[in-house]
Write a protein of this length. Structure first.
Lengths: 358, 205, 543
């Protein structure tokens, strides 16, 4: 497995050899910032097209196809348009909070993206409480949604924001418990170490029953966390017109739009890291030839491929299921999902202590 | 830099019906002239705007059902990138007025238009929106939305076929492609003029 | 008939009778209340359905014509005419406490004719702006645009209402009321809202997410069709019907044609009858497919919408080939249909009948059987059978409450007496039952089509109709089963070539009447589902 830190270390030494420490760090920070923002934009745009094409496919349609080959340039057209669309100043809103909200959301999702390792050594910082940090940052996004709903001075947005508050706080529990289950199994909160521990086999295989249950719970909770169907109540197009971002126009709306898609990538990415072995290739014990071929595929492809696959499943949910109602959604979380997740944690603990895993 | 006649994918320029109008717009733009950088930027922006037309879900009667057909699988508006029908006017780019506008609805429609973010466009779709249609003589029907909104494209029909709606959509794209973002005639001012003139006349209908 | 005449004569000696299409009872306004109570409560009369309530202006007098149906006595109909001479302050006693359906209909009459209803709980305008001057359907209405210009300023929310209460001394006094309490959290849904199926506007008072009260504000697409028809000849009036409930265009037009044919005594050729029946059923399929699509889309299952529309396109193709248009077909004319069937018609219909069962199975697999969909719809928007009858909720929504109310069975018309089909009934009384009735009705429609497609008789498609269509003096009321319930047309003629009064009794009008009843206590998300399952079409309500 190619270790990307070779490249970063080389750049670091080159920079240090020609300039003082502080300048090198500054330049590295700028490079990293540009890389993250670039990756963010590219991924978000890719995801918008990905969803639009996928949903067209589910719905026996063609999807965007007239702008560029196969409609590949469609999202760029959208981006150009949305960048220069008017930002409408609204009467009766809390101006400061109203403008702050989209930035909070976009900052939270960029920060989360920055925490994900994309391959061996391909990460910004190797944090010993990495996954904990990601969970903590993900909660900041709720603040943005609540602010957006509150500051808009609109009843729809307010209902949307309240719904999203209730929803996110509830589902964060299951999400956290599912991840804690895996942290328990891996014995570390460091994301890189968690992935390295899956060298022998992905957790979803080695952890068998509790890991699979945790994975299912995680995907459900993640769908709710990203406000996607069937849990898209905060937006609930057909009830609340556009939910918490009803009053946003132009690029402010664009931020919500981008963040929504990027959060989808982030939760899929975490799922791939925690359950599907991140950048680890797919190995079948005994099939040496097959395993060697798999090893040739670079880690980043594995990581992105797994993330896209999980996203595909989540998108599939959205375009299949009807929307759930708020009381049903909360009942589902508190009455079923969380107790199962708790019980699952106990089962995992038993598995770990008694070595009932592979 | 000279502005060229707008091109629409897989439809010849000559196949469109009202080329004189587009030609006159092109001429108007060329008369003032612009430098290459600004011109190129304008082209890029217009390309983005023309290809990303998000409609506002706004239908009052029969035409709205045909609009749904337009979005459905056989006609598939998504091919033009126009399937992102927004329910909030702030995020939409154009209103396609589908159906009759009556007295009670007129202020609501105007308000919806005002809530759209610039650049905003209006398509009058169907006989009722164009002229009041079969209900023109009624005591409470607006004889055409152009009495209260600056309409960009008219699509006649009762209701227009989805193909006609596509034609209207492409006409709107053509119109957008010969606009200026930097300098030149300011769209917003023109709209202000329209409303000023309109305020004096609207009581007559 | 004589029996009813005797009973009514005993209760209300001042009543006079007129024979016609249905028995007409003339009652003076002061005796009307007594008779109304008897019509509802007397077990010998037992007219439990108020089918139509039509405001009238006879130049010297104003008044209301009521059409009652008795479900217990084989859907027998009775009409009642109440007249008031006072044009300045006309007042009639309300029947909205006896037949709940009258609530909105009396408001409509108030809006059009200015007739105030004593003891009506909520006398506000229904279709027109609050600041509208005059009553447009009166014959002496001033149509000058200067009187009612287009007002571009926003309308005030009308929270003040009043009702006329009878005092102990017999006088009538205005009592003011409020629609919503001052501290209600009122959310405005519509007129531009994705799930109101057009431009309906609901104002819902919320408690958290629970709906406390729904106030229906209609009229955002009120086009004044009934007034327009009065200035047109009969053939010219036909095209409006296609544009009211555009999802039952054929049925509506069928109904108007039938009414005119009945008045003129025209015999429609057998071929035209069969063609009309088949077109009606095709329309029903297309309408129910749209209803399926919209119900699922309103609940967030967007993909089902596309599946529904995929099959709907096939129906539209059949229409297009024969009628020349996908919507607003303008196909039925007085005496028959306008054009003969396209040569592919039989083949296309057979193809459609062949694919529909498997497609329905697919819908059930994707949507109806989905646990979330079931949870959202089962037990939501309960409407008991008694309420359905009282509110005159016909069509799939009424049958979802177990009320057998299919006009095709009760008053068979066209070729419906020759075909075998079941009236679909569900006992659930909830949104899911209404939805399932629609899905099962598609199967029944396919059954009817299969029976007729090979048995289209040869012959003319149109009867001989005089060049100038003139109806004799009189009044006629016909009903057909449109996609959303019993659609009625009332024509009153003075022997001219244009109608003196033409009224369309639309099923959707009654459907919005139950929104408050069904939504109360449910959540705001349920309001959307209830609306989708009732499946009203707004231009049909507003006309």
């Amino acid at each position: 497995m190619f270790d990307f830190s070779v490249v970063t270390n080389w750049i670091n030494t080159q920079l240090l050899s020609i300039m003082p420490d502080w300048a090198a760090v500054l330049i590295e920070c700028i490079i990293i910032g540009v890389c993250v923002l670039g990756a963010y934009t590219v991924l978000a745009l890719f995801y918008i097209l990905y969803e639009r094409k996928l949903c067209a496919w589910f719905q026996c349609r063609l999807g965007p196809m007239r702008v560029g080959k196969w409609g590949l340039l469609q999202v760029f057209a959208d981006m150009f348009k949305i960048l220069i669309k008017e930002l409408i100043p609204l009467k009766g809103t809390d101006k400061f909070l109203f403008k702050l909200a989209p930035y909070i959301i976009i900052t939270a999702s960029v920060t989360m993206l920055a925490c994900l390792p994309w391959g061996k050594g391909m990460q910004i910082i190797n944090y010993n409480i990495g996954i904990f940090f990601v969970l903590a940052v993900s909660s900041v996004g709720i603040l943005g949604i609540l602010l957006a709903g509150w500051a808009s001075n609109n009843k729809y947005t307010l209902i949307g924001a309240m719904r999203s508050g209730a929803q996110m706080i509830s589902y964060e529990l299951s999400l956290g418990l599912a991840i804690i289950t895996m942290v328990l199994f891996a014995g570390t909160m460091n994301i890189t170490d968690i992935v390295e521990a899956q060298d022998r086999g992905w957790f979803i295989f080695t952890g068998h029953i509790p890991a699979i249950i945790a994975c299912i719970i995680y995907v459900i909770a993640a769908t709710a966390e990203t406000n996607r169907g069937p849990f898209d109540l905060p937006e609930a197009e057909h009830e609340l017109t556009a939910g918490y971002h009803t009053e946003y126009s132009g690029i402010h709306f664009g931020f919500f739009y981008l963040a929504e898609y990027l959060n989808l990538f982030i939760v899929s990415g975490i799922c791939s890291l925690m359950f599907l072995g991140g950048w680890m290739p797919f190995h079948v014990s005994g099939w040496t030839g097959f395993n060697e071929i798999m090893d040739y595929i670079p880690g980043i492809v594995w990581f992105l491929g797994k993330a896209f696959f999980i996203s595909f499943v989540i998108i599939w949910f959205k375009w299949t299921f009807p929307r759930i109602r708020i009381d049903q959604m909360l009942a589902f979380e508190w009455k079923y999902l969380m107790p199962i997740a708790l019980a699952n944690l106990v089962v995992m603990a038993l598995c770990v202590t008694n070595n009932w895993h592979f | 830099m000279a502005v060229k006649s707008p091109k629409i994918r897989s439809m010849k320029y000559e196949d469109f019906k009202d080329n004189q109008y587009i030609d006159s717009l092109v001429e108007e733009l060329n008369a003032t002239g612009a430098n290459v950088v600004v011109g190129k930027l304008d082209q890029l922006i217009n390309w983005g705007r023309a290809n990303s037309l998000w409609p506002l879900c706004f239908g009052t009667s029969c035409c709205a059902i045909e609009f749904m057909c337009l979005g459905a699988a056989r006609y598939d508006m998504a091919r033009y990138g126009a399937e992102v029908a927004r329910n909030s006017p702030r995020q939409a780019d154009y209103i396609m007025v589908q159906g009759t506008i009556v007295h009670r609805m007129a202020p609501v429609l105007r308000r919806l238009y005002e809530q759209l973010a610039e650049p905003r466009y209006v398509i009058a779709c169907g006989g009722c929106a164009v002229s009041g249609g079969p209900f023109k003589n009624s005591y409470c029907v607006l004889p055409g939305v152009d009495k209260i909104l600056p309409v960009d494209v008219y699509i006649p029909g009762c209701p227009p076929r989805p193909e006609a709606m596509f034609y209207g959509l492409m006409q709107l794209q053509r119109k957008i492609k010969v606009q200026k973002f930097f300098g030149g005639a300011n769209r917003k001012e023109k709209i202000q003029d329209f409303f000023a003139k309109n305020a004096r006349e609207v009581g007559k209908y | 008939m004589a029996n009813i005449q005797d009973i009514i004569g005993k209760i209300c000696p001042s009543a006079t009778f007129e024979q016609g299409q249905t028995l007409l009872v003339n009652v003076p306004a002061q005796d009307w209340r007594k008779l109304a109570v008897a019509l509802k409560q007397n077990s010998d009369l037992d007219f439990d359905v108020l089918s139509a309530l039509i405001g009238m202006d006879w130049k010297e007098t104003l008044g209301v014509i009521y059409y009652f149906t008795s479900t217990s006595r084989n859907w027998e109909m009775l009409s009642v005419k109440v007249e008031v001479a006072d044009r300045e302050k006309p007042m009639i006693h309300t029947v909205s406490d006896l037949w709940k359906v009258a609530n909105f209909q009396e408001r409509e009459v108030y809006d059009f004719y200015g007739i105030e209803f004593i003891e009506h709980p909520d006398m506000r305008r229904f279709f027109l702006r609050n600041d509208w001057v005059g009553y447009p359907l009166r014959k002496d209405y001033d149509a000058d645009p200067a009187v009612n210009p287009i007002r571009m300023e926003d309308e005030e929310n009308e929270d003040d209402t009043y009702s006329l209460k009878v005092q102990p001394d017999g006088s009538v006094r205005k009592v003011k009321g409020k629609v919503f309490d001052a501290d209600d959290y009122v959310v405005n849904i519509g007129p531009q809202h994705p799930s109101t199926h057009g431009v309906m506007r609901f104002r819902a008072a919320l408690d958290g997410e629970t709906v406390k009260k729904v106030d229906v504000v209609s009229g955002y697409i009120h086009r004044g069709i009934e007034k327009l028809t009065e200035g047109m000849t009969y053939p010219q009036t036909l095209h409006f019907t296609d544009r009211m409930d555009y999802m039952s265009a054929h049925m509506n037009r069928h109904c108007l044609c039938m009414c005119i044919e009945k008045a003129m005594g025209i015999e429609v050729p057998a071929r035209a009858q069969v063609i009309r029946t088949m077109m009606d059923e095709l329309m029903r399929i297309s309408s129910h497919l749209l209803a399926f699509g919209c119900t699922s889309m309103d609940m967030g299952a967007t993909t089902c919408f596309f599946y529904g529309f995929r099959e709907r396109e096939k129906v539209l193709d059949i229409f297009e080939k024969t009628c020349g248009a996908r919507m607003s077909m303008n196909y039925n004319v007085i005496g028959g249909v306008i054009a003969d069937l396209h040569e592919d018609f039989v083949k296309d219909v057979k193809e459609l009948c062949a694919i529909m069962p498997s497609r329905l199975k697919e819908y059930h697999k994707v949507f109806s059987g989905n646990i979330i969909a079931k949870n959202r719809m089962v037990g939501v928007g309960m409407l008991s059978k008694e309420d359905a009858i009282n509110y005159d909720i016909t069509g799939p929504s009424g049958r979802g409450s177990g009320w057998s109310c299919d006009t095709r069975k009760k008053h068979p018309y066209a070729s419906y007496s020759q075909v075998q089909f079941d009236e679909v009934l569900e006992e659930g009384c909830d949104s899911y039952a209404r939805y399932m009735v629609r899905m099962r009705e598609i199967e029944e429609s396919v059954k009817i089509l299969e029976q007729l497609v090979d048995a289209i008789p040869e012959g003319p498609i149109r009867a001989q109709v005089p060049k100038i269509v003139k109806l004799p003096e009189g009044r006629w009321y016909t009903q057909v089963e449109a996609s959303r319930g019993a659609f009625g047309v009332y024509i009153e003629s003075k022997g001219e070539k244009n109608p003196y009064r033409m009224h369309f009794q639309s099923p959707c009008f009654n459907l919005v009447g139950v929104m408050d009843l069904t939504c109360k206590g449910n959540m705001i998300a349920d309001l959307i589902v209830i609306g989708a399952a009732l499946d009203f079409v707004i231009p049909d309500i507003d006309r």
